[in-house]
Design a protein around this ligand. Structure first.
Ligand SMILES: [Zn+2]
Length: 371
């Protein structure tokens, strides 16, 4: 658990980075991320004879489609996102098959977003533990309609003092426009427990989860089309410790209260304008977290049900596809069988004519029936 000193330090760092300008900070980090990603695409290696060979940092959908025939050797010496001294890992055929399965399970499952509770439930325990041990503080620093920019403290081993998490609430506008719904329960059900999309500027999100967010449909910001074959080959988990801390805050009474105020603000002011909390409001939010944040806990039963729901959906799609193929095959078979019957009838007719059993005139009449 966090010591009071840890919490105080985290809060102080956060206040300072807000003063420096969080928007400017997140823009410069995004620029760096895009440049790095573009660089990764251009990297090449040289083989023994000095020939240039592409060095695939991220596998493309076309690579995955090759499935079992995938050329394992081609990605043998990949160095995607590897730390110093970390040995490159050989990608096995099983890895590729596992990717394919999980991509199918993820595909467009959350095109309207994913709920904060599902993010927590489906996360890896190691990410939840890290969030509980290292990330104590979160504050919203600006908002534009349903898109909220949060800043959290960074972990003790991080090169930076904060991380930026952006969250877009899918139902925000509809809640704002539905002025008959004043109750906290609406904000709670439609926003705090409703669908959202998110991104974080940390390495964990970039190398582990951004690709999944893209495939699943709940990603914000840069879309990643190549999968993290070294870092997260089986595509498990959902969110980094920073996102997890933000999700926990969103579903807490403080988060719900904050969201309710935002809805009220957009009902009375210019909708869609960028707004910032006042220093007083920020200090209040920090004060609420002065004794440490609430522990994050996954509901594993729900997680299991969620995975079953996904698997069932995929199974249904696969079944429908197989059924369609089967029908096409049956039709083709029937046509073939019919053609064979006609051919043998025509042969029999030729025989009857040459044996003198039927006349030429009769032959002509019957022949028409076999064509
Ligand atoms: Zn993060």
């Amino acid at each position: 658990m966090a010591s009071p000193d840890d919490i105080r330090r985290a809060q102080k760092q956060l206040l300072e980075s807000i003063k420096r300008g969080a928007r400017r900070d997140v823009r410069s980090r995004r620029g760096a991320d895009t440049r790095q990603r573009a660089q990764a695409e251009k990297e090449v290696e040289y083989d023994d004879s000095g020939r240039k060979i592409p060095k695939p940092m991220f596998l493309r959908p076309a690579d995955i489609a090759q499935g079992e025939n995938y050329d394992v050797e081609r990605v043998l010496y990949t160095t995607l996102g590897q730390g110093k001294g970390e040995a490159p890992r050989r990608i096995t055929r099983d890895d590729i098959l596992a990717f394919q399965e999980n991509i199918l399970l993820l595909k467009d499952q959350y095109s309207k977003g994913i709920t904060p509770q599902s993010v927590i439930n489906l996360s890896r325990q190691e990410d939840i533990d890290r969030a509980n041990e290292e990330i104590h503080t979160v504050v919203p620093v600006s908002r534009e309609s349903g898109l909220i920019h949060f800043v959290t403290n960074a972990g003790p081993h991080s090169k930076v003092v904060n991380h930026h998490v952006e969250v877009e609430f899918s139902n925000f506008k509809s809640v704002v426009f539905n002025i008959h719904k004043e109750a906290v329960s609406t904000v709670k059900n439609r926003l705090a427990y409703g669908n959202l999309k998110f991104e974080c500027d940390c390495g964990r999100h970039t190398f582990w989860y951004r690709y999944m967010a893209t495939i699943g449909g709940y990603g914000l910001g840069r879309q990643e089309g190549g999968f993290p074959k070294v870092r997260n080959p089986h595509l498990s988990g959902v969110a980094c410790k920073h996102v997890l801390r933000v999700m926990q805050w969103i579903i807490s009474p403080f988060g719900i209260q904050y969201l309710k105020k935002q809805v009220e603000a957009d009902r009375t002011k210019q909708l869609g304008a960028r707004t910032k909390p006042t220093t007083k409001q920020t200090k209040e939010i920090l004060e609420q977290q002065a004794n440490g944040a609430k522990p994050i806990k996954a509901n594993l039963q729900h997680a299991e049900r969620e995975m079953m729901r996904r698997a069932e959906k995929v199974a249904k799609q696969m079944y429908a596809k197989q059924l369609k193929e089967l029908r096409a095959l049956t039709k083709e078979f029937n046509t073939m069988a019919e053609r064979q019957v006609m051919q043998s009838a025509a042969r029999r007719l030729d025989q009857l004519l040459s044996d003198g059993v039927i006349s030429q005139q009769q032959y002509e009449i019957f022949k028409r029936g076999t064509q």
